[in-house]
Ligand binder design. Sequence first.
Ligand SMILES: Nc1ncnc2c1ncn2[C@@H]1O[C@H](COP(=O)(O)OP(=O)(O)O)[C@@H](O)[C@H]1O
Ligand SMILES: [Mg+2]
Length: 215
Amino acid sequence: MSADGCFIVLEGPEGAGKSVQATRLAEWLRTLGHNVIQTREPGGTPTGDAIRGILLQSDHLHLASETEALLMSAARAQHVRQVIAPAIEVGAIVVCDRYVDSTYAYQGGGLGLPMDRLREIQAFATGGVLPDLRILLDLPVEVGLARRHGDVDQINRIDRAPIEFHERVRTAFLGLAEADPASWIVIDTTVSIDEVTAAIRAAVSDRCGVREASL
Ligand SMILES: Nc1ncnc2c1ncn2[C@@H]1O[C@H](COP(=O)(O)OP(=O)(O)O)[C@@H](O)[C@H]1O
Ligand SMILES: [Mg+2]
């Protein structure tokens, strides 16, 4: 496929390197001459950022699982219509930090909400706009949490969940990737940041067909 209009999502547990690598990937694609939109979830729009505040602030500790799933999906519904679909429409490459699979992993795997209901909600929220490439940045839960806890300002409500929760999230992500290998690439991120960047570039070149002449 052509890289233009490609929708690339970075997924994975806390501290896997999604935010760092999303920025590096977007910058690299821009140097190759592509129009790139870098965005993230929950958020990506003023409405979504307001919802992100409720989801991640530690003063909402008693948020019901169903409320969490619906708020994540509400932010996503706005994000798809206001940012992602219009960007794809004009041929930009979209680099997104988390998308539907984070709902399956966190609210499904982590919180135990039924996957079939979550899939229905995602179909409604996304209107069928799904990633061309899902990159799972994978690492042991304790390694990722240790990385996050190195930066106290970054610790949010979901980071504070028990280790077993984060283990279920990781297992769910690995299961999603295993079930749909055509859509996913799994990258071990216990190696250096530069090595992860190189693996992501190789995957994006292979699956999204970035411009050969620029490589
Ligand atoms: N491969 C890596 N090796 C060591 N540290 C890393 C690596 N990738 C990311 N980090 C560091 O771990 C922390 C969390 O990275 P971040 O990109 O915010 O993860 P995420 O967005 O997946 O939670 C940051 O301080 C980042 O610099
Ligand atoms: Mg991040």
